[in-house]
Structures are given as C-alpha cells and as structure tokens.
Design a protein around this ligand. Structure first.
Ligand SMILES: Nc1ncnc2c1ncn2[C@@H]1O[C@H](COP(=O)(O)OP(=O)(O)OP(=O)(O)O)[C@@H](O)[C@H]1O
Length: 300
C-alpha cells in the first residue's frame, strides 16, 4: 500500500477522484458486436464546464445516455458525489438519477411543451416538489397553506429563471412560438428549475446564430459561476467549446484520446488527426505540420 501511494501520480489521481463531482471509471458500452464506448475514464468538477467533443459517432451521446440511465453500461462505474453522498448512477433507474442524484439533461432536439406557456414550462418542471408538498394532491385539493406556499415558490423560481434568460416579458407566450435560440435557453432554464448538481447539455449551440450563441455562453457561465454546479457539454461548435470550457475530453471511435485544458487539447496532434483524418493531415498549413512534427518526434 505504501508503495502505491508513494507514487505521486496515483495520489493525485485519487485526490482528483475524491474532489470530483462526477467520476467515470472504465465505462464500456457494447451494442452487439459494436463497441460504442471503450474503457473511458474521466472526472468532471463542480464550478466547471467540461466539454465532451469528438467526430460524429465518437460515442458522446452514448456517454450521456449511460450517465442519465437511458442505457445500462456494459462495464463501468459512474459515481456522482452530491454534497458527500455518493450515487452509483450505473445502478439507478433514469427517474431516480433525475430525482435523487439531481442530474438534469437536455437533448439534441428541443423537447419543450410547445402548447404550454413559457412560464408553465418552468413550473411543470417542478412537478415533483409540488407533488410532495401536495401530499399526492390531497393538500392541493383542499387548498392547504403548505401547498399554496410550494406553488408560490415554484412560480417565483420560474420567474427568477425567466429574468436570467431575458424572457420575463414573454412569460405568457406559447413556448412553441419562441425563436429557436430562446427555446434553447428556456430548455436549460427548465432543467435548472429541477435544481441539478450536474447539468448535461447535448449540443445546445446547434442551429444558433452568433448572437444567440453569445447569449447561450453568457447563460452557461452564469450557471457555473453563480450556481456552482458542474456542466457537462457535448458540442460540435468549437468556438463555443474553446470560449467557455474549463476542461475538454476528446473521444474518437469510443476511446478517449485527449483530456485537458482547451488550449492543450486544441494543439494535441491526436485530436487534429481525429478531426481531419490521416490524409488531410498531410495538407495542413506548414506551420501546423512543423508543430505536429515537433510534438510527435517527426511522425506526423
Ligand atoms: N441504441 C444503439 N444501438 C446500436 N448502436 C448504437 C446505439 N446508440 C448508439 N449506437 C452507436 O454507437 C456509436 C456512437 O454513437 P453516439 O450517438 O454516441 O455518437 P456521437 O459521438 O454522439 O455522434 P454525433 O456527434 O453524430 O451525435 C455509433 O456507431 C452509433 O451508431
């Protein structure tokens, strides 16, 4: 044992795992003969935005599906540390991951209730808290104070998030009538109404124009800095990733090929090759080729 912890790398890795909000260890997901995720490990911290990037089919959404209980991993441990209580997500049903571990998620396609008002979308997200306060509708039916207080708190929280996403003046609009970028931010606000400790966002910047993209970045920084939670972000838009991520994990063909700061990952030869392919790497500008050769000892 003494020998094990005498190695500073082991001690550092152990400390990182202890401090992590989320620890993914040896995650593997097979679909028949296809290995979608192959022995992937990483950590995500509180007060950080961790981006998961990689070419199409790299396995990013499959990681989210394992974390949120849509898939049961073939192998692996997924530990969420919520204020000192450990939740082993790979053993939990999807609804328990949301309600007990407080992991929230948005999807690649928008999943709002389009015919409900913007405000209603945010109140409905607090359904579980309201059901508890209503003692499964009894207190609600008789208009008891306990239920009225919970209802008021739910509307106040909804209004707080409407202010944050600049939609306070559209609270009564049908959500489906909002511009696309507003719908994206409303989805994130709806997820925040469930008070997550980990917020998983699947391509939130897809289809946004530059102004909407800037508004999204501002919202995600606000969530990280003011609410202190961890954000896990799948994103293809590299300008968003480089601008707001604290930590980037790169997958390729289901394997982790890089893990570090945005600056380190951007200049990693393996990452450049994964995105451009072997052939195209030969056509890179000479200064990048020289940089790659230096880093790989002339094998780029
Ligand atoms: N339910 C499933 N059944 C069979 N194969 C699946 C299933 N889900 C994902 N896969 C396969 O796993 C691999 C990884 O898919 P995944 O959607 O996780 O990639 P991704 O990195 O999110 O891709 P994209 O950027 O295109 O969304 C792909 O080969 C995909 O076809």
């Amino acid at each position: 044992m003494i020998g094990l912890f005498a190695d500073p790398r082991v001690a550092t890795a152990a400390a990182a795992a202890d401090a992590a909000l989320l620890s993914v260890e040896h995650l593997t997901m097979r679909f028949g003969g296809l290995v979608a995720i192959d022995d992937v490990s990483f950590h995500a911290a509180r007060r950080e935005i961790t981006a998961i990037i990689g070419p199409n089919g790299a396995g990013k959404t499959t990681v989210f599906n394992c974390l949120t209980g849509f898939y049961k991993p073939t192998v692996g441990r997924l530990t969420l540390n919520r204020e000192g209580t450990l939740f082993y997500l790979e053993r939990m049903e999807d609804f328990r991951i949301a309600q007990e571990a407080h992991v929230a998620r948005t999807f690649q396609n928008i999943r709002l209730f389009p015919a409900m008002s913007v405000l209603e979308n945010l109140v409905v997200a607090q359904h579980n808290a309201l059901m508890r306060a209503s003692v499964m509708t009894f207190a609600g039916l008789f208009g008891l104070k306990r239920y009225r207080d919970a209802e008021k708190a739910a509307v106040e929280k909804a209004r707080y998030w409407l202010e944050r996403i600049n939609l306070a003046d559209r609270a009564d609009w049908n959500a489906g009538n909002l511009p696309y970028g507003d719908q994206r931010r409303l989805e994130i606000a709806r997820a925040m109404c469930t008070e997550p400790v980990l917020l998983c966002l699947d391509e939130p910047a897809a289809g946004l124009n530059p102004r909407e993209s800037a508004e999204l970045n501002e919202l995600l920084r606000f969530i990280r800095d003011e609410h202190g939670i961890g954000v896990l972000l799948i994103e293809h838009d590299m300008s968003v990733v480089m601008e707001i991520s604290d930590h980037v994990i790169v997958l390729d063909y289901g394997r982790k090929i890089a893990d570090g700061s945005p600056e380190a990952v951007r200049s990693d030869p393996n990452v450049i090759k994964a995105y451009l392919g072997e052939d195209e790497a030969d056509e890179l500008p000479p200064e990048i080729v020289a940089d790659l050769e230096q880093k790989t000892g002339g094998e780029a």
